[in-house]
Design a protein around this ligand. Sequence first.
Ligand SMILES: CC(=O)SCCNC(=O)CCNC(=O)[C@H](O)C(C)(C)COP(=O)(O)OP(=O)(O)OC[C@H]1O[C@@H](n2cnc3c(N)ncnc32)[C@H](O)[C@@H]1OP(=O)(O)O
Ligand SMILES: CC(C)C(=O)C(=O)O
Ligand SMILES: [Mg+2]
Length: 515
Amino acid sequence: MGKIEIFDTTLRDGEQSAGVNLHADEKLEIACQLERLGVDVMEAGFPASSRGDFLSVQRIARTIRKCSVAALARSTKNDIDAAWEAIKEGGNPRIHVFIATSPIHMEHKLRMTPEQVVQKAVESVRYAANFTSNVEWSAEDATRSDWDFLVEIVTKVIDAGATVVNLPDTVGYATPQEYAGMFRYLRERVPNIHRAKLSAHCHDDLGLAVANSLASIEGGAEQIECTINGIGERAGNASLEEIAIALAIRKQVYQAETGLELNQIVRTSRLVSKYTGLAVPPNKAVVGANAFAHESGIHQDGVLKNKLTYEIIRPEMIGLSSNAIVLGKHSGRHAFRNKCEELGIQLDDERFHLLFKHFKELTEKRKEVTDEDIMALAADLTGKEKGADAYELVFLQVHYGAQGVSTATIGIKTPEGEFVQEAATGNGSVEAIYQTIQRLLPEPIELMDYRIQSTTSGIDSLAEVYVKVKHQGHVGTGRGIDNDVLGASAKALLDAINRIMVKVRAGAVLATNHH
Ligand SMILES: CC(=O)SCCNC(=O)CCNC(=O)[C@H](O)C(C)(C)COP(=O)(O)OP(=O)(O)OC[C@H]1O[C@@H](n2cnc3c(N)ncnc32)[C@H](O)[C@@H]1OP(=O)(O)O
Ligand SMILES: CC(C)C(=O)C(=O)O
Ligand SMILES: [Mg+2]
């Protein structure tokens, strides 16, 4: 049985999903969960891209011990310096340098000749290898590159010190046969290939990312790059959970195994979905809500007689458990802490007590509180700015107008501790809320995105609202959770404003330091 290393890039390529903007606390929590899941490498970010990304990668590298933490860099000294500076205190830090190798990228994007690209690739790998022997090099858009050119450049970067060579299907263009063929071609022709591990990195533009990743194993890949729930640039990356379960269930076909703790899959998927605001489609393989649901009579009959008739994956394998302890109104802190630990929720004492308070409030309104509710309440606390520096919703009253015009009256506490209230109308209740909050703020807000989902399917499900807004020249996302859609909407908007305020304050500090 060969070992396949799992390189998770949820925090880098996954965060490149349109509309996703994770807070540093959320990234750290996802990183800790990825460590529990047992990924071999986690790509924590692209430190040269912003000060925030740098600090977040550094924090993750300082915390994570059981897996290698990687940082992405273009082929420039600046990017490589930033990557190394961010990860150097990690357990087994990896610098990941890339440059595009396809004719279209070299000519039109990089505006470089193939010779210049080879030179830049070699120089950058050599430079990175001064810091560590754990250097990964990627040929961006490998699948639209000339295979003989790939043989030449890969041979040279291995000589320069690359110990992992990644051949991405950057635009999700390849078919499984082609992708496996490319790996085989390089494995047979690159003379020093035994000194490096080959890696696959697939995008899902044609819906083939997982199939291509699995095919790469047949071509000799030993590392697969993927993301939780398949999130990522455009149509996303190959989904970690689908690859992991395909390898486990069809072990005899692939003759390969991963070191993943498969029973952490559901927990990780839910956490990433909560923090990114990207809902998992119900029919998604492995982690979709319907992945283990049997609807039709013939299927139900078969499953009742023998599960194996229609189930190829045991739910427990991925961490779907039946709940022995039902949490409700009469539960105390011990049972609640136990449940939090079971769900992988890690909070400092202050936030734990706040979470318990929110949980108790919810039990006043419900008979039973589900795992999803608790995860949503916990997610709502992570990354929130503490009261003192933030706007806080004090009350909300909405009058629904039958003719379409609704009125909202809102009271908030400002970061300065002042209580202010306002009222405004809008075409519908949500718009009335946003118009009112707008009146309470000194600068205009532009609502760029508004999404709503519920934690469970019941009528008493919690509402979760995600918004993306522009305010004071910055774009920020916010999340709000409440029993009521309108309350969640108001909270989401204030959360986004609070997050933007942090950026505004950081900008002011930077500007002061600069002068
Ligand atoms: C396939 C992938 O997923 S690649 C990773 C994508 N991730 C990101 O882009 C992270 C977020 N990006 C950013 O924050 C910004 O794009 C930054 C900070 C990285 C760069 O910002 P800017 O300096 O303003 O450059 P911008 O993004 O407009 O253009 C990219 C530049 O990098 C160059 N470049 C692209 N790839 C590489 C590379 N691998 N090595 C060296 N240079 C490169 C481009 O040719 C362009 O150079 P030019 O300015 O000389 O034309
Ligand atoms: C930077 C590389 C690895 C990438 O994400 C891609 O080519 O898709
Ligand atoms: Mg990618």
